[in-house]
Design a protein around this ligand. Structure first.
Ligand code: SF4
Ligand code: SF4
Length: 357
């Protein structure tokens, strides 16, 4: 049986109110809203964007969806978890202030913001997975105290998983810092001395102090490295390498197992809305303005995270006329989909239902 994916076209140049109207229509097409009960805590999972990032989902795009959720329950809130790396989203105070800076203020979004793993990212709850990669996941507690989730995702490329979409928003995005560390622990970058210019930029950006000068060369201390991937992104000379296939495969498999732990918690009360707008080579954790790698496409929604990601990727490939994600980082992004399917997270086989706008 195919999973249904609803799709509506949109462009970034359209007024935010128009995108919000379309997003509301798409959300209602899912028939999900009726599943929300008046007393339900509803987590609207989102990535507010790192400081300086312009690609994140815009607050005014989601106001229509929020209006509909509030008609069912007044206990809705916007939420994300704190980051592993030291930035502007690594504790709840800075995180919420940054969300406000990016326009997610109460007057616009009408709901409070709750950072799901507490003040400094330590509020976590263990959930048994018994997967091939993970036995027990560590999820940000507030997500597991919620009754329903609307997963709002900006589709982007990603330096470690090739694509960052609904599976990543669920698996990595709902993990506590300990859970993120667990997933990243399989990533072991190294520095290729031949290409390294010894500029020291990676040393400044490494949140774990794992990069050191050693006998006139720059090297990574494996004992200290937390696998965050920051050095891969900041090196302009392509000197930082990871074992793309091996490390990325394991990371994507762990991510899918974490995603399954969260999805199983919500059962029928979780849905996924992907914004295929301003699709960039890197994710919204990047503190910079990025060029789009493809023209804006629109929004896709489903009750199935694997199907909505598969459809989003296919739409990007069609629009670009090539695999625009693989062109950014030569990573096999399909692992998260095929492994997700294997463990029961969803199906890659989908039926695309286009909503006329
Ligand atoms: S940023 Fe790249 S070139 Fe510069 S020191 Fe680090 S690895 Fe070497
Ligand atoms: S992945 Fe790179 S930036 Fe991140 S902790 Fe390891 S060495 Fe540092």
């Amino acid at each position: 049986m195919k999973s249904k994916v609803f799709f509506i076209r949109a462009r970034r140049g359209e007024p935010a109110e128009e995108i919000a109207r379309k997003a509301r229509e798409l959300y209602l097409a899912l028939g999900f809203n009726e599943r929300i009960e008046p007393e339900d805590f509803v987590a609207l999972k989102i990535h507010f964007g790192e400081k300086g990032n312009k690609g994140h989902v815009k607050p005014r795009w989601i106001t229509g969806i929020i209006d509909e959720v509030l008609k069912r329950s007044q206990r809705a809130f916007l939420s994300d978890s704190n980051t592993l790396y030291v930035g502007n989203r690594s504790n709840s105070v800075d995180h919420i202030r940054l969300a406000w800076e990016h326009g997610f203020t109460p007057d616009v979004v009408k709901v409070p913001i709750i950072i799901a793993d507490g003040l400094v990212g330590r509020d976590k709850t263990e959930v048994r997975v018994d997967g091939q990669r993970i036995k027990s996941s560590r999820i940000a507690s507030a997500f597991l105290m919620s009754d329903a989730m609307v997963c709002l995702t900006h589709v982007t490329g990603h330096v470690q998983s090739g694509v960052g979409a609904a599976i990543k928003n669920l698996g990595m995005g709902c993990a506590s810092r300990a859970g993120k560390l667990d997933q990243h622990s399989v990533v072991h970058p190294r520095i290729e001395a031949r290409k390294c210019r010894n500029c020291g930029v990676c040393i400044q950006y490494c949140p774990a102090g794992a990069i050191v000068q050693l006998n006139g060369h720059v090297a990574i201390d494996d004992e200290k490295c937390i696998g965050c991937g920051e050095c891969l992104v900041v090196c302009k000379f392509g000197a930082v390498k990871m074992k793309w296939d091996e490390d990325s495969r394991r990371l994507q498999e762990k991510m899918a197992e974490y995603a399954l732990a969260v999805k199983n918690h919500f059962g029928e009360k979780i849905c996924f809305i992907n914004f295929i707008m301003q699709v960039t080579k890197d994710c919204d954790c990047m503190a910079k303005t990025q060029e789009s790698i493809v023209e804006d496409i629109g929004m896709a929604a489903s009750l199935d995270p694997v199907a909505v990601d598969r459809a989003s990727i296919d739409l990007v490939k069609q629009q670009a006329g090539r695999d625009a994600f693989r062109a950014g980082y030569n990573i096999d992004w399909s692992v998260q989909l095929s492994y997700g399917e294997k463990i029961g997270l969803g199906r890659q086989d989908y039926e695309l239902v286009e909503i006329e706008s």
